[in-house]
Design a protein around this ligand. Structure first.
Ligand SMILES: C[S@@+](CC[C@H](N)C(=O)[O-])C[C@H]1O[C@@H](n2cnc3c(N)ncnc32)[C@H](O)[C@@H]1O
Length: 380
């Protein structure tokens, strides 16, 4: 996955580094040093649970904004593939971005949607600083595409109430904003319930959070609470509606999160010199939540929730299934053309297969009779 060139160009224009390339790095050294210093400060504040995206907004915009945009784009692409009914019969999409910041969520949807006639975006944020940049970005988008309409508002959204008079939304996004709205304890289900009331029948809420253990486990708990209290359905990342199989295994040390390879823009690689962060992976946790009567269908497929683990004489990975976490294993000597796709699987892929040997309930073996295929890959 690569970001479209026009958005990369626009980001560079906003941070006043339009001509930044590997050859011109020296000319921008001072600005790059300042951005790096602010990125370190952002990380420090994040680790100490202090929100400072608007204080270091240039650094957040140069570094977090493109990654957050790409993450939302990946989720939307996957959603269209697996649940086309969310997007069917829509001539006009209404999208609400809560804690929109500079607009990464809205732009992620724009670049992820494969077809649309009209897009109406509503962005809400408490920070005038973030909204100012968002206005610039969304004006740029609107000027280039007459199908786009945008309304931005400075508003505290922690009550989860959206105006009743406004037509309902097809997508509500909360990208990295829940963590700032609810700093402690569980995320209240009634907050999500209120937002669902502002969604259309087939509308969805996309919640995206950083991939830390604590924040990801909060989403896992939220998912279980929504299902237990029958307030809605969770369509993704899990392909089933049973309790999360990861929540209690390994003494609650596990957390469900995505780690997806992408191709960051060159300028991010330049910025990363000296910071040495793992920027070629997009790491996040997320939920896609729908109404409780959303017409969900069964998948004969499973989500891969680990990397492919290569060991002496065998390869294995873990799957999320309705009956719990399952280990899927193949001895190297049993590799054959029908099961060779197993070697290509990556964390986050959705795979389907026939004829695995279920030697134990949580332990499945690939044999020479197994046919295996990758149905959907997030690594696009
Ligand atoms: C970490 S930033 C995320 C921005 C953007 N969604 C993204 O993913 O890049 C969190 C944003 O949520 C906003 N925010 C925090 N609490 C809020 C609240 N109660 N109501 C509206 N916005 C809020 C902050 O001002 C900030 O812009």
């Amino acid at each position: 996955m690569r970001l479209p060139e026009n958005i990369i160009g626009k980001i560079l224009e906003v941070i006043n580094m339009s001509d930044l390339t590997w050859r011109t790095v020296r000319l921008h050294r001072k600005k790059l040093n300042r951005l790096q210093k602010n990125l370190r400060a952002l990380s420090h504040d994040f680790a100490h649970r202090t929100a400072s995206a608007d204080k270091f907004s240039d650094a957040y915009f140069a570094y977090n904004f493109p990654m957050n945009l790409a993450k939302i784009r990946i989720v939307v692409l996957q959603l269209q593939h697996l649940y086309p009914q969310v997007f069917e019969h829509l001539t006009e999409f209404r999208i609400c971005d809560i804690g929109c910041g500079e607009g990464a969520g809205m732009l992620g949807i724009y670049y992820g949607l494969q077809e649309f006639r009209k897009l109406r975006f509503s962005g809400f944020d408490t920070s005038p600083q973030m909204l100012r940049k968002c206005k610039d970005m969304m004006r740029w988008l609107k000027n280039g595409d007459a199908r786009v309409q945008v309304r931005l508002q400075q508003q505290n959204m922690s009550h989860g109430l959206l105006k009743k008079k406004v037509a309902k939304y097809d997508i509500v996004i909360l990208a990295n904003s829940l963590t700032e709205m609810f700093t402690d304890g569980a995320i209240p289900v009634n907050f999500i319930e209120r937002l669902l009331k502002s969604c259309t029948d087939n509308g969805v809420i996309i919640v995206l959070e950083p991939a830390t253990k604590n924040l990801s486990r909060r989403l896992m708990t939220l998912r279980n609470d929504i299902i237990n209290r029958q307030k809605g359905q969770v369509l993704l990342p899990c392909l089933h509606s049973e309790m999360c199989p990861l929540i209690d295994i390994r003494k609650q040390k596990d957390w469900c999160h995505q780690s997806i390879l992408w191709d960051p823009p060159d300028y991010m690689n330049i910025l990363n010199q000296g910071l040495n962060r793992e920027i070629n992976r997009l790491k996040f946790s997320y939920l896609v939540i729908a109404q409780k009567n959303f017409p969900r269908h069964d998948f004969n497929a499973f989500l891969v929730i680990s990397d492919l683990l290569k060991e002496k004489g065998k390869k294995r990975c873990f799957l999320c299934t309705p009956t719990g976490r399952v280990e899927l294993m193949r001895f190297n000597k049993l590799k054959c053309p029908t099961n060779s796709e197993f070697d290509k699987i990556l964390k986050g892929d959705i795979i389907s297969f026939k004829n695995v040997a279920q030697t134990k309930p949580q332990y499945w073996q690939i044999t020479e009779d197994t046919q295996i295929g990758i149905s959907v890959s997030k690594n696009i």
